[in-house]
Design a protein around this ligand. Structure first.
Ligand code: GMT
Length: 382
């Protein structure tokens, strides 16, 4: 198949997942064309069958907001036509589902039908999509996609309850490459960070408010009062400065390291004992899955798709959002009981194998095939 993939090219989970999906499909012999405004971060080396088309800069002094949607639509029309694509798979509904619909309409006027699939990732539904500024457009564009997938049952449920959806939504979970995310021996890192054998806690995110990084720090403080440990904060984003201030206020700067954006996050996970994800909203929790594959149990909130990934009392613990006392107590239960911690680490690894790229990419492949066979070339329905 010749597949076009549209995504956000940055460190966000949707872009990471879309890029890994494209690379996985290319390894299985498909031609994959990424169309976006910047080279996706995970598309950092040559791979056969993978192509990248950069959306041209649509800036002009008249525009207060450069019309990226228009530039992306034009690029898609071009790529579908000249690369002879079979389908378009867009990740994150806003604005990609709308852009795909527009490209489809334009191509129809040229006698070309291109089926489109939209994957819903989370905040495009749970936060941004529900905003009245976007709601009617998101609803319309989802219904005009030939196929729709969501990354968890929880996200599917949220979508159906918040929008008037006429399509069946197929749930296909997030995945990871278990060959990449595995516990490697990085003892020299561990010694540098925790020279006295302290336990290491880790949080990775884009430091948006929804991640509740302040709760991560509050949980750490409560744990630290009982058990000497270190906290690694990986990633960057709008809340970073506030979090640095919070660390200074509670006087724990010497125990908390802000590492910024990191390419090889698996090397940091490899030396960590617990992963903290107290998010307010989380459609799946790709970062937690990456941790579990590196044998790191997860202390998380019980929101969104997290209970579909993190099994309470087995791979980690789940608590209501904001219940930092309980989260800290759960963390201590593991940190102060080495055999139990080891058991949870083994369970986390076992659970992560259910989300291996090798078993999930074929699900997308089958879904593509299904959409190609069933999507109808019908002017009226468009
Ligand atoms: O987690 C983020 O804030 C990034 C966001 C994105 O769309 O880039 O991630 C969402 O998609 C990921 C991949 O499907 C999911 O694993 C994350 O749970 C989801 N984030 C939220 O729902 C907050």
């Amino acid at each position: 198949m010749k597949i076009g993939i549209v995504c956000y090219p940055t460190y966000g989970g949707s872009g990471v997942l879309a890029t890994e999906l494209g690379k996985g499909l290319a390894r299985r012999g498909h031609d994959v064309h990424f169309v976006t405004y910047q080279q996706p971060v995970r598309l950092n080396s040559f791979q056969n069958n993978v192509y990248y088309h950069e959306v041209n800069d649509a800036d002009y002094p008249l525009f207060q907001y450069p019309p990226y949607d228009t530039a992306l639509t034009s690029k898609l029309v071009d790529v579908v036509k000249y690369e002879n694509l079979d389908l378009l798979h867009v990740h994150y509904a806003i604005p990609h589902a709308t852009v795909a619909y527009m490209a489809k309409k334009i191509l129809l006027t040229q006698g070309r039908y291109i089926p489109t699939i939209t994957t819903l990732h989370g905040t495009d539904i749970t936060l941004v999509g529900m905003n009245q500024a976007f709601h009617p457009v998101v609803e319309f564009a989802i219904n005009k996609s030939d196929g729709v997938t969501a990354v968890s049952n929880s996200l599917k449920k949220d979508t159906v309850s918040q929008f008037n959806i006429e399509k069946d939504i197929k749930v296909i979970y997030n995945f990871i490459d278990v060959a990449r995310f595995q516990k490697a021996d990085k003892d020299h890192f561990k010694k540098a960070i925790a020279p006295d054998g302290e336990k290491i806690l880790i949080h990775t995110s884009n430091f948006r408010k929804v991640k509740r990084v302040d709760d991560v720090i509050k949980i750490f403080k409560k744990i630290y009062e009982k058990e000497k440990c270190k906290l690694l904060l990986v990633g960057d984003g709008p809340e970073r400065q506030n979090m640095e201030r919070l660390c200074r206020e509670i006087g724990l700067c010497h125990e908390i390291r802000f590492l910024g954006k990191q390419e090889a996050v698996e090397e940091l996970l490899a030396i960590s004992d617990l992963f903290l994800m107290p998010s307010e909203s989380e459609s799946f929790g790709l970062a937690a899955l990456e941790a579990m594959a590196c044998q790191v149990p997860v202390i998380s909130s019980n929101i969104g798709g997290l209970p579909e990934l993190n099994v309470h009392g087995k791979t980690g613990f789940l608590s209501d959002v904001g219940h930092t006392d309980e989260m800290a107590a759960n963390a201590l239960t593991l940190l102060q009981n080495e055999p139990l911690l080891q058991e949870f680490k083994t369970n986390a690894l076992a659970q992560s194998s259910n989300f291996d790229i090798e078993s999930i990419v074929p699900l997308y492949e089958d879904y593509y095939q299904h959409i190609l066979e069933t999507s109808v070339y019908d002017y009226k329905s468009l």
